[in-house]
Design a protein around this ligand. Structure first.
Ligand code: FES
Length: 104
C-alpha cells in the first residue's frame, strides 16, 4: 500500500505503508519532518497532519481525546488529524496527507 505525504516544504513523497501501522510511524520511519514526541500515545499533537478532502470520509472522525489534543495546536483546520491515530489498512491505500507546520 502507498501513502502520499506532502512535507512542510510542499514536496510530495510516496511512501510504502504497511497494514496495521500507524500513519505517523510510516512518516517517521521514512525520515520526514515529524516530531511525534509521545510516540503515538495521543498526548503531544506533534504528529499533526491535514487529510486531503477526498480522504476525509474514509479516514473517519477523530476521537474525543484526539480532538482535545488538536485543540491545543495553533494551525488546526477542519481536516486536521493526528497521524498516530490513523491506522493503515487496505482501505487507505493511496491516502493523501500534508504535514502540518506544528508537526515539525
Ligand atoms: Fe503524539 Fe501522535 S505522536 S499525539
Amino acid at each position: 500500500m502507498k501513502i502520499h505525504v506532502t512535507d512542510q516544504a510542499g514536496v510530495e513523497h510516496e511512501l510504502e505503508g504497511l497494514d496495521g501501522w500507524r500513519t505517523m510511524e510510516v512518516i517517521r520511519d521514512w525520515g520526514l519532518n515529524i516530531k511525534a514526541e509521545c510516540g503515538g500515545a495521543c498526548s503531544c499533537a506533534t504528529c499533526h497532519v491535514f487529510v486531503a478532502e477526498e480522504w476525509m470520509d474514509k479516514v473517519g472522525a477523530p476521537s474525543e481525546e484526539e480532538e482535545d489534543m488538536l485543540d491545543t495546536v495553533a494551525d488546526v483546520r477542519s481536516n486536521s488529524r493526528l497521524s498516530c491515530q490513523i491506522l493503515l489498512d487496505e482501505s487507505l491505500d493511496g491516502l493523501k496527507v500534508t504535514l502540518a507546520p506544528s508537526a515539525s
